[in-house]
Design a protein around this ligand. Structure first.
Ligand SMILES: NC(=O)c1ccc[n+]([C@@H]2O[C@H](COP(=O)([O-])OP(=O)(O)OC[C@H]3O[C@@H](n4cnc5c(N)ncnc54)[C@H](O)[C@@H]3O)[C@@H](O)[C@H]2O)c1
Length: 311
C-alpha cells in the first residue's frame, strides 16, 4: 500500500478482494507491511505455514528506478531474499514470483526465449528482477525449494498501474494535455491483458517443478522460469490508435477529440527498450496455456472501467 501511485486505487482493489472473499471458501487476510521487514515475513510464514507462495510485491517501473534506486534494492532484493529465507525455514510446495520481460534488455533476437542469455540489463529494475531469478535458483538448489519465475510482458487492464503508458496517456488526454510518444513511435510491445496473467499464475501455482536427485546425491534444482506474453507484438502507434478509439467508444473522450494535436513524438528514454516479444511456447507445453486476449478487447475493458471509476 505504498504511495508510489494513488493509494486510493490500491484501496479500491483491496475492497474488491475483500468482497470476493466474503463469498469464497478461501478467505483473504490482509496484512499491511513490507516484505523488506524480515521479522514480519518470518512471523507470517510461521503462523500460516503456506503451501504455495506467490510474490508479486515489488517496486515496479523502469524509469522510476533511475531516480529512486534505494527502494528497488529494499523491496526487490532484500524483500525477495526475506521471502526465500522464510521458504527455507517453513517449507512450501511452490514459490511463484513475478520476474519481468525487462530482463531481456536490448535483446536483438525475437521472439525472446527463456533460453536467451539475459546478462545485459539496461535498468536497475531489470537488474533486480534478474537477481531474483538467480537468488531463487540458488535457494532451489541448496534447499530444494520448488520455484517458478514468471516474466510478465507489459501487463495492462482495468485498475492497472497509473504510471504505465496506456493509463498515464489516458489521464493526460482526459486533462487536455499532450502525450509523449517515445522513440518517435518506433516501438513494439508484447502487451498482455491482466486476465491472461491471472490465469497463467493460477495454472502455474498448481504445477511446481518436480524434485529430483542428481548423480551426486544432491537436489537437481526444482526451478523454472517462463515468459507470459501475448506473443503478438503491436506497434505502439497502432496500440495508441486502438486506445483512442476505445476511449471515445466508452465516452471518456468526445468523438471529435483532436488526438493529432495532443501528441508529441520524442526520442528514446534511458532504460527503455524498442521491442519486447514473448516466446510463450514453454508455458503452452507445460501448462497448456497461451495468453489470448487481444488489445481491442483488453483496451475496451480498460476504457469501460476508467469511465466508471472516474465518473
Ligand atoms: N505491469 C507490468 O507490466 C509488469 C511487467 C513485468 C513484471 N511486473 C511485475 O509484476 C508485479 C506486479 O506489478 P504491478 O504492475 O501490478 O505493479 P504494482 O506496483 O501495482 O504492484 C506491486 C505491489 O507491490 C507493493 N509493494 C511494493 N513494495 C513492497 C514491499 N516492500 N512490501 C510489500 N508490498 C510492496 C506495491 O504497493 C504494489 O501494490 C511486480 O513484481 C512487477 O515487477 C509487472
Amino acid at each position: 500500500m505504498n504511495d508510489y501511485y494513488d493509494v486510493s486505487l490500491k484501496e479500491w482493489r483491496l475492497q474488491r478482494i475483500e468482497k470476493a472473499s466474503e463469498v469464497s471458501p478461501v478467505k483473504h487476510v490482509f496484512v499491511k507491511g513490507s516484505i523488506g521487514d524480515k521479522s514480519l515475513i518470518d512471523e507470517l510464514f510461521e503462523k500460516y505455514q503456506f503451501d504455495v507462495v506467490v510474490n508479486l510485491a515489488a517496486q515496479a517501473g523502469v524509469r522510476y528506478s533511475i531516480d529512486h534506486p534505494d527502494v528497488y534494492i529494499e523491496s526487490n532484493i532484500i524483500g525477495f531474499y526475506n521471502i526465500l529465507e522464510a521458504c527455507r525455514h517453513n517449507p512450501v510446495e511452490h514459490l511463484v514470483y513475478a520476474s519481468s520481460s525487462s530482463v531481456y534488455g536490448g535483446n536483438k533476437k525475437v521472439p525472446f526465449s527463456t533460453d536467451d542469455k539475459v546478462d545485459n540489463p539496461v535498468s536497475l529494475y531489470a537488474a533486480t528482477k534478474k537477481s531474483d531469478e538467480l537468488l531463487a535458483h540458488a535457494y532451489s538448489k541448496l534447499y530444494n525449494i520448488p520455484s517458478t519465475g514468471l516474466r510478465f510482458f507489459t501487463v495492462y487492464g482495468p485498475a492497472g498501474r497509473p504510471d504505465m503508458f496506456y493509463f498515464s496517456a489516458t489521464n493526460k488526454l482526459a486533462r487536455g494535455e499532450k502525450i509523449q510518444i517515445f522513440n518517435f513511435g518506433n516501438m513494439k510491445r508484447d502487451f498482455t491483458y491482466i486476465d491472461d496473467i491471472v490465469e497463467g499464475i493460477v495454472r502455474v501455482m498448481g504445477g511446481a517443478p518436480e524434485k529430483a536427485t542428481g548423480e551426486d546425491g544432491l537436489p537437481i534444482p526444482p526451478y523454472a522460469v517462463y515468459n507470459i506474453g501475448g506473443g503478438q507484438p503491436e506497434n505502439l502507434l497502432d496500440y495508441i490508435s486502438t486506445l483512442q478509439e476505445e476511449l471515445v467508444r466508452a465516452g471518456v473522450l468526445p468523438a471529435d477529440y483532436d488526438f493529432e494535436g495532443h501528441r508529441e513524438l520524442v526520442g528514446m528514454q534511458a532504460g527503455d527498450v524498442p521491442v519486447t516479444y514473448a516466446d510463450s511456447a514453454a508455458l503452452e507445453r507445460d501448462y497448456g496455456f497461451t495468453p489470448k486476449i487481444g488489445i481491442r478487447d483488453g483496451l475496451r475493458a480498460f476504457a469501460k472501467w476508467y469511465k466508471e471509476y472516474y465518473r
